[in-house]
Structure formats: C-alpha cells, structure tokens
Design a protein. Structure first.
Length: 280
C-alpha cells in the first residue's frame, strides 16, 4: 500500500480554469489551496506463466510424473479511494507468522512447494530461520495513521493559530457500514499514536452536519448531540471510506449526498483522496 502527499500548484489552476469560469472564479479557490493525501492499494494475483513435467521420484515409473506450474505476480487493480483492510491484513500477517512458527514441521513441505512455484524451480530452499517465512510484517497500521497525522499537522501549521482548538479527522463511511472493525483499527491507532480524534459520518449525515466557511474555506462539523460534538469542530482531513459507488448517493444526481461531497471538495481540508486522485 502506497501513500502520497502533495500540495496544490499552478497545474491545478489550469485544469480548473474552465470549471471556474462556469461557476465563478471564487468557487474552487479553497480546493486549489488544499493539500492532498493519497492512500493507494495495489492488488496482485498469481498468474500461471509456464509449466513443465518432471518425476516426483526418479526411482518411480513415469506414471508418477506430475506437472510443475510456474507463477508470476500480475497487478489486477489499483484502488485510489477507500483502500480497505489495512488493519485486518496487518493482523492476518501476524497469524500467518504464528502458524509457520507453531506448525513448522507440518507446513514446511507446503511452503517449499509454493516458494518454488513462485520463485522458480532453481530456488535453493528455505532459510533455516522459520520466523522469517510466511507473510512479512505489515506496517499499515503504523504508516497510514502516520500519514494522516502528517496531513493533520500540516493543516494546523498552514491554517490555524496556536490557540485555536485542535481540528478532527473526518471518516466518511457508508450507511449501515459492515467493515467497521478495519476502520476502527485505523481510528484507534491514530488516537493512540498521535492523539488525533476521529469523527465518523455518512454522506447523508454530512449534508446537514457540515458547514463550509465561504470566507476562509474551513470545513466545520456543527455542534450537535447526535455525533457527540459539544462545540463546532474544524476538519483537517477528510478520509473517504465511502463515495466511490453510485449507491453511496441514494438521493440522485442532484441529491444531498452529492451536495455534501461538493462541500467537502470545495473546502481547504486535506482530502484523502481528492476528486482528482479518485478519478485518476
């Protein structure tokens, strides 16, 4: 999983000039000054590239021959928005390392066969240290919250005074979200490692809970009891775990969900991803 941060520049002015002329030059000025955060997940699968036949045991007759399939990694997808399972995959990697160490004798033949399939028939064999086998350590639960904190601190440095209340990170989630555990792991890590609070809400809820200051570009969650917000809280980073499918906009093309997305995009808050990164 890759993480990218960037700041606005002249190219964005050129790309948005036509749209700005249609809506007015002031419409997108805060979006152009906003930083951008990209958390991208590149997915791969094993693809059979070649095969050959050899004896399983040279002392056995030819009928004991079996096909040895060679594999290679192929990229199948690049996720630019709502790249999920960072929390769960980090824990699955730990589970795999535990199984390899705990049941070393039972899985050694399996690992040998699969490593040769991926790395070639000339692969010399496994290392003696079984703790390094299986799935490598996955640092996603450290790196992703770390990137959010960098964007959060950069926002504070650019736009807030020292005595201003600390802003929050907004997680935009789906109504009736079922993947909350993975998202909560990121939320808890962001708080435990960096002391940055998270507020979760859907696009539908955001339509009435968010407010854009047309003079400064600040995106604010208005004080309300439903979201446990006792006073207005400015948003430093908008992290989208929703908004990538038509079903996330149930009110239609001109509905409240699209209006909420527009409000977020127009603000000076760092978007992860911004609409441009989403569509890239």
């Amino acid at each position: 999983m890759d993480i990218y941060c960037s700041s606005a520049g002249k190219q964005d002015d050129d790309n948005n000039h036509k749209e700005n002329r249609r809506r007015g030059e002031e419409w997108g000025k805060f979006a152009r000054m906003a930083d951008r955060l990209g958390i991208l997940r590149s997915d791969y699968m094993l693809n059979p590239s070649s095969s050959q036949t050899k004896h399983h045991d040279e002392k056995q007759p030819p009928s004991d021959e079996k096909e040895i399939i060679q594999y290679e990694l192929k990229q199948i997808e690049l996720n630019t928005i709502a790249s999920s399972f960072a929390g769960l995959s980090a824990n699955v990697a730990g589970l795999h390392r535990h199984l390899v160490g705990r049941y070393e004798s039972e899985v050694r033949e399996f690992l040998e066969e699969n490593k040769r399939a991926v790395m070639g028939t000339d692969y010399a064999g496994l290392d003696d240290d079984t703790e390094t086998e299986g799935v490598p350590i996955n640092p996603a639960l450290e790196c992703i919250p770390g990137a959010m904190n960098v964007a959060h601190e950069n926002y504070k440095e650019r736009f807030l005074a020292n005595n201003d209340p600390s802003p929050v990170v907004l997680f935009v989630v789906q109504e009736g979200e079922t993947n909350t555990v993975d998202q909560r792991m990121l939320e808890f890590s962001l708080w435990e490692r960096h002391g940055v609070p998270v507020v979760r809400m859907s696009l539908t809820r955001a339509a009435t809970a968010l407010e854009l200051n047309e003079n400064t570009g600040a995106l604010t969650i208005k004080a309300n009891d439903d979201d446990n917000i006792p006073f207005d809280r400015e948003v430093s980073v908008v992290y989208f775990r929703a908004g990538y499918a038509p079903t996330d906009y149930p009110d239609g093309d001109d509905g409240i969900e699209w209006m909420a997305r527009e409000t977020m995009e127009r603000s000076r808050a760092t978007k992860c991803p911004c609409l441009g990164y989403h569509l890239a």
